[in-house]
Design a protein around this ligand. Structure first.
Ligand SMILES: [Zn+2]
Length: 69
C-alpha cells in the first residue's frame, strides 16, 4: 500500500470556481490561485493524490487538458 501519504500532495478543486490547485497534504486551507478565495481542504474536492510537487503539477496539467473542450 501507499505510505508517506502525509508527506505527499493533493490536487484539490476550488469550491468557488472549480480551478485545480496543488496543496500539501498537511495543509488545512488553501487560497485559490485563480479566484483568490480561501477555502479549507475539507470544503474542497480532493481530485488526486501525488507523491511530490512535480507529480502533482503533471497531474494538474493533464487534468486541465482533459477538461478543456
Ligand atoms: Zn477558485
Amino acid at each position: 500500500m501507499v505510505s508517506n501519504r502525509r508527506r505527499g500532495f493533493i490536487i484539490v478543486r476550488c469550491p468557488y470556481c472549480s480551478n485545480l490547485s496543488i496543496a500539501k497534504i498537511s495543509y488545512r486551507s488553501r487560497s485559490c490561485s485563480f479566484c483568490g478565495r480561501r477555502f479549507t481542504i475539507s470544503q474542497a474536492t480532493i481530485v488526486k493524490y501525488a507523491d511530490d510537487a512535480r507529480m502533482a503539477s503533471e497531474i494538474v496539467r493533464s487534468l486541465k487538458k482533459r477538461l478543456r473542450v
